[in-house]
Write a protein that binds this ligand. Structure first.
Ligand code: TRP
Ligand code: ZN
Length: 485
């Protein structure tokens, strides 16, 4: 408790410092540029020297240091060499980005490791470390809107984020035979340098080298066959659709695989740790059926393949890693498979711009569990809603307004359950045809994009032709048990 409060104070101080830095360098950029040879700067020289530092955060007020300002990443090429026995990772991260301001310097998010070298557009760049910020000063100012490349060479023992009070352990988690890599909300920095916030999605290529006999699973599709030499195997994977950093994975270990296609033709890959051999076919079959059902209810499957991974790390949770939901140390039932696969539409294809809107991921994925139950002829969504609504008006879920997820309690049950109840309240108010049209249109209009809560409210009003402020206010934004739907 005490250390948690201390951490909050430290963060506040840090923000103050960074804010001051930012404005100082902004001031500098407005003043006369001193040129090395002492001559008066002409415009060309001034342009080369001006520019200001990119912000230390992408602008999410609840997570002020997550992500970074001043650029937008388009592509990551991650070369990861991991030795499970020594728990040692050596990496080279190649980043293609575009400046969104004149950049004198910029940050990448990276936690731990020793950084050996950073280049920008092929030229060595100066760098320093400050908390989870890798601060890079390129030899030349990067002009607004120009494309640039960064390469970071780094190595060390990956350290996951451990026992965070409300988030548990996440990030790159070493296991006896490899690693379990599940990074929500900001654990991507525990294994690669980047813009670690869902408001900057990018495409990814992975080149993963592991000891022979270990399988490496990443997002998207395998490119070519694994190549083995000198007792090491290299796997290439590619995610060719935009992906949030927290959905990236390079899960490694011993796995049994089953590959094929769903009835509707989507590629399907299931992988299980040998401890879960008995679940391979079930995971494969249920993932296929559920993916096909969601593609009818929510719109076409947005990615190149579906499936899932069961690893033996006893996380007790699952994560909707893009194309490869991961289940940590348990046999997933239909509920959780339906949940993680619904996230491929809600959370993965469409990403939240700020964490406070998390109900747009978790409320929808939880409601999807209810829809699957209803579809299977088990409890209807209405029945589940009534059940949850019956909870005493003094219960915690009514005190937490799910439309504004709190950074110190992001994954509160209210964000999941009351978020799902919000959708059911909406369904009751506008009727099934309009409700299911809202779900499909929401997906179609924001495929591979970014979303916020006000946009969802506006769409619901547009499609239903109804004024819905009272409903969303009561369900999402009031710390009291709602009485209307
Ligand atoms: N998004 C996950 C789910 O509900 C839960 C989750 C939150 C998580 N934080 C995590 C999973 C960190 C893994 C790691 O489906
Ligand atoms: Zn979820």
């Amino acid at each position: 408790m005490a250390s948690g409060r201390l951490a909050v104070v430290a963060t506040a101080v840090l923000i103050g410092t960074i804010g001051a830095c930012g404005s100082a360098s902004q001031g500098e950029s407005g003043s006369t540029t001193v040129v090395a040879d002492g001559s008066m700067p002409d415009d060309g020289v001034a342009a080369r020297h001006a520019g200001r530092a990119g912000a230390a955060g992408i602008g999410d007020p609840d997570f002020p240091n997550d992500g970074n300002g001043g650029y937008d990443v388009g592509h990551y090429r991650l070369k990861i060499d991991y030795d499970p026995e020594r728990k040692y990772l050596s990496g080279v991260a190649g980043i293609q980005a575009k400046a969104t301001q004149n950049l004198s310097r910029f940050d990448l998010d990276l936690s731990g490791f020793t950084v050996g070298k950073v280049t920008v557009n092929g030229a060595p760049a100066r760098f320093s470390r400050s908390g989870d910020e890798l601060v890079v000063t390129p030899p030349r100012m990067i002009p607004d809107r120009s494309a640039f490349t960064v390469e970071v060479t780094y190595a060390g023992e990956p350290k996951p984020v451990r026992n965070s009070p409300n988030l548990g352990t996440y990030g790159f988690i070493p296991t006896s035979d490899g690693a379990f890599v599940a990074c929500e909300p900001n654990g991507a920095r525990t294994w690669f340098p980047g813009n670690d916030h869902p408001a900057d999605k990018a495409r990814y290529d992975f080149e993963i080298t592991v000891p022979e006999g270990v399988t490496a699973l990443a997002n998207g599709e395998q490119v070519g066959s694994p190549v083995t030499s000198d007792g090491k195997t290299t796997y290439n994977w590619r995610e060719s659709h935009p992906m949030a950093s927290y959905l990236a994975t390079v899960t490694m270990g011993r796995f049994e695989l089953r590959e094929g296609r769903t009835a509707l033709g989507t590629k399907n890959v299931a992988a299980v740790d040998p401890r879960y051999s008995g679940s391979l076919n079930r995971l494969y079959n249920q993932s296929a059926k559920i993916t096909d059902y969601w593609s009818k209810v929510f719109g076409p499957y947005p990615f190149s393949s579906t499936g899932g991974v069961i690893d033996d790390f006893p996380a007790g949770y699952a994560l909707e890693n893009q194309t490869k939901p991961m289940y940590g140390g348990f046999n997933p039932g239909d509920d959780v498979i339906a949940h993680e696969l619904a996230h491929q539409w809600f959370g993965d294809s469409m990403s939240i711009r700020r964490w406070r809107d998390l109900w747009l991921n978790e409320g929808f994925a939880t409601y999807a569990e209810w829809l699957w139950s209803e579809h299977k002829g088990n409890a209807s969504a209405e029945r589940i809603f009534r059940n949850r609504y019956a909870v005493d008006s003094g219960a915690a879920i009514w005190k937490y307004a799910p439309g504004r997820a709190k950074p110190d309690d992001l994954f509160n049950d209210s964000v999941y359950t009351r978020g799902a109840m919000t959708l059911h309240a909406l369904r009751q108010r506008i009727g099934d045809p309009a409700f299911f049209r809202v779900l499909k249109t929401w997906n179609a209009e924001h495929k591979y994009g970014y979303v916020t809560t006000p946009e969802f409210v506006a769409l619901s009003e547009r499609i239903s032709g109804k004024q819905l402020d009272d409903l969303f206010d009561a369900w999402l934004f009031t710390p009291r048990k709602p009485t209307t739907w």
